[in-house]
Design a protein around this ligand. Sequence first.
Ligand code: NDP
Length: 291
Amino acid sequence: MEIIDGKKVSTQIKEEIAEEVARLVAEGKKIPHLAAVLVGNDGASETYVANKVKACQAVGIKSTELRYGSDITEEQLLEVIRQLNEDSDIDGFIVQLPLPKHISEEKVLNTIHPDKDVDGFHPCNVGKMVLGLPTYLPATPAGIMELLARYDIDTEGKHCVVVGRSNIVGTPMAVLMSRKAKHANCTVTMCHSRTSNLKEITRQADILIVAIGVPHFITKDMVREGCVVVDVGIHRIPSETTKSGWKLVGDVDFEQVSPLCSYITPVPGGVGPMTIVSLLQNTIKACKAKH
Ligand code: NDP
């Protein structure tokens, strides 16, 4: 069994990105600039945005954080987005989700200009992804594709089972794994909460990608020997064995399942660190596309 070390790979890619930014600076080109819009005081969202800003700083990408109270109206937020669309110094921006209930996420995502949509959530960019046209891929699935490529995992003709069908992980993952491309070319089955005989299907997987949001859901009886397991889930659960009193776990019961696998991503240190790296890559892409 080999651990797919997302932390190591993400560090390596960040070094590559830092070199690229330094090269742009040396050539007198524009420094890539990412803006992140944060609405409200959700603790997890604040941490995600802070980590994104920190990652930008570490590689030399310029970043701007725009914070608004949860009482901002939908129209005011849409106006912020329109201004960011017009701001020629901002190459790409993200609006951290979830948003307060009175603001339509759909309206917000549709207002972001597709050329600046470095999260890859705009319907235009989702459509391009489905058609295999150049676009910004959503960060988590793109990070997983990068991990499979960097570990040179043989995916061609394999049966990939994706558990979860969210717009940000499961659905794009299934699309990307079924593409006619190196490190894809899989036969894909997508499962969700209405799937009957889930265990029978996951046991047929050569590659099992799990994004359901239920801690330790995938147990050893659901995985066949030699499977490649990618665990997207991330949960903080109480623990008696850590000083802090909690630990991070995934959707997969790592202890039970990992001995059966050929490769597996751990939690933490697997998919998580790759998500931010994909956002940085998309920001560079946005900058280069314009200049
Ligand atoms: P969502 O809650 O949006 O989607 C979960 C999906 O899992 C749904 O399609 C749901 O089915 C399906 N599902 C839920 N329960 C079951 C079940 N018992 N059996 C089969 N399918 C089930 O989650 P996300 O895709 O946004 O995230 C999934 C996990 O990944 C979460 O733990 C999240 O924190 C984590 N995550 C981690 C990231 C990272 O960078 N590491 C990035 C993004 C997410 P249905 O559609 O029928 O409801």
